[in-house]
Design a binder for this molecule. Structure first.
Ligand SMILES: [Zn+2]
Ligand SMILES: [Zn+2]
Length: 375
C-alpha cells in the first residue's frame, strides 16, 4: 500500500514533505478526509520564525517559562521533525460503518483539537479539553507526538475520529477559501468578540494586534459585523492596519493609540489582547470599561506574568484566557458566514499552491493559505 505525503516541520525556517503510512479507518466512527485548503495558524509562526525549542526547554528547566507549558505542547516543545498544520477545509473520502451523518464527498471544516462530543467537558462546550481524547496534553493535529497520533493537516489524507461530531459541513454557497481558518483562528476570534458582545450589545471593542496576526484581524471584522459601536484596532504593521480598515475598523499604530488614549481616556466593553505580550495584556486590561471583558488569545509563557488585579477589581473586569474551543462555536460561526457573506478571506495575505508548502509555509506574511483542487 502506498503512503501519503505530509508537511513536516524540521526546524525553524525549514520544512519538508515526508511520507507516512496511508491512514485507514480504525473505529466505526472514523472518517478519512482529504484537505484541499489549509491555512497557517498564527501560533505556528512561533517555532517557524524563531528556534524556540531549545530556548523553551531551558526556560522550563530554569522556571523562567511556566512548566505548565509542557501540558500544552509536551515537555520538549516544538522539536522537529513533526507534522505541522491544524487549519483546513477537506473533502470526506471514506467513512466508517458507524458514521451516520457525514457523507463521502462532503466539504467539511475539521477543528484543530480532537474531541468526542459526548463527555462532560465536550457537553459544556470545552471541546479542546475533551476528557476522552486528551491525556496530559492537548489532543490535536499539527503539534507533534505529545498531542497524539493525529498528524498534521497539510497532508494528502488524515483520519478523523468521532466524525459525526468532529466534522462540520461547510454550508452551501460559502466559498471554502472564506472559511480556511474556521477550524482555529477564525473560531478563536469569534469567541473573543462575538460571545462577549452578546451580553454587551452595541458595545465598544478594542483589539491590540500584532502578535496573533490573523486572530486580531478576524476579530476586528467580526466585531464590526456584529454591530459594535466602535471598533479600534491597534497594530504597528501598516499592511494589517489596511486590512482592518477595509473590514470597517478604525486603526492606530501602537504609539499613536497610547497618546490618543491619554487625552480621551477611552474605555472599551470588549478588548482582545492579540499582541501576545505581557505589556499588551496589561494595557488591554487597563483599557476596559466597567464590567468589560478582555480575552487574551496570545501565549504568555513567562512564570508569574504580572496582571493589574486591583485595577480589575475596581472596574469589575473579566479576563478570559485559555485555548479556543473551535468545535463548539463552528455551527454558529459557519451559519453566520453563510448568512452575512462575512469576507474572512480578506485577511489572507498569501495564497499559494499546495505543492509549494515546504517553500512557503514559513513565509513572513500575516495569513498564509495553501490550495489545491478538490477531487
Ligand atoms: Zn492554532
Ligand atoms: Zn469529549
Amino acid at each position: 500500500m502506498t503512503g501519503v505525503r505530509e508537511l513536516a516541520f524540521i526546524r525553524s525556517g525549514r520544512l519538508a514533505w515526508r511520507d507516512r503510512v496511508r491512514p485507514v479507518l480504525r473505529d466505526p466512527g472514523d472518517a478519512i478526509v482529504r484537505p484541499f485548503i489549509a491555512a497557517r495558524c498564527d501560533g505556528d509562526t512561533l517555532p517557524l520564525h524563531r528556534p524556540v525549542s531549545r530556548l523553551m526547554q531551558a526556560g522550563i528547566a530554569l522556571r523562567a517559562i511556566d512548566p505548565v507549558v509542557g501540558c500544552i505542547c509536551g515537555r520538549v516543545p516544538f522539536k522537529g521533525p513533526f507534522a505541522i498544520g491544524h487549519e483546513c477545509v477537506a473533502q470526506v473520502v471514506e467513512v466508517g460503518s458507524g458514521v451516520q451523518h457525514v457523507r463521502v464527498g462532503e466539504t467539511v471544516v475539521v477543528p484543530w483539537a480532537v474531541s468526542c462530543g459526548t463527555c462532560e467537558p465536550c457537553r459544556r462546550g470545552l471541546t479542546s479539553k475533551c476528557a476522552t481524547t486528551t491525556g496530559g496534553t492537548l489532543a490535536a493535529y499539527g503539534f507533534g507526538p505529545a498531542s497524539g497520533p493525529w498528524g498534521g493537516m497539510v497532508a494528502d489524507a488524515f483520519r478523523v475520529p468521532y466524525a459525526d461530531h468532529m466534522l462540520v459541513a461547510v454550508p452551501a454557497g460559502v466559498p471554502p477559501l472564506r472559511v480556511a481558518s474556521a477550524g482555529d483562528n477564525l473560531a478563536d476570534a469569534w469567541r473573543s468578540v462575538v460571545t462577549p458582545l452578546r451580553d454587551r450589545p452595541g458595545g465598544s471593542v478594542l483589539i491590540i494586534g500584532g502578535g496573533a496576526h490573523s486572530i486580531g484581524l478576524y476579530a476586528a471584522g467580526l466585531a464590526v459585523a456584529h454591530g459594535a459601536a466602535a471598533v479600534d484596532y491597534v497594530d504597528d504593521d501598516p499592511g494589517r492596519r489596511g486590512i482592518a480598515e477595509a473590514l470597517g475598523a478604525h486603526t492606530f499604530p501602537a504609539q499613536a493609540s497610547a497618546s490618543r488614549r491619554r487625552t480621551r481616556t477611552l474605555r472599551y466593553d470588549v478588548v482582545v489582547e492579540a499582541s501576545s505580550r505581557a505589556a499588551g495584556l496589561r494595557r488591554a486590561i487597563r483599557s476596559l470599561a466597567r464590567g468589560g471583558v478582555c480575552t487574551a488569545v496570545g501565549y504568555y509563557l513567562a512564570t508569574g506574568t504580572r496582571v493589574p488585579l486591583m485595577h480589575m477589581y475596581a472596574t469589575d473586569a473579566t479576563l478570559r484566557v485559555g485555548v479556543s474551543h473551535a468545535r463548539a462555536v463552528l455551527p454558529d460561526l459557519l451559519a453566520f458566514v453563510a448568512r452575512s457573506g462575512y469576507p474572512a478571506e480578506q485577511v489572507t495575505t498569501l495564497t499559494a499552491p499546495w505543492d509549494d508548502a515546504p517553500a512557503v509555509y514559513a513565509a513572513r506574511t500575516t495569513k498564509l493559505v495553501l490550495q489545491r483542487d478538490p477531487v
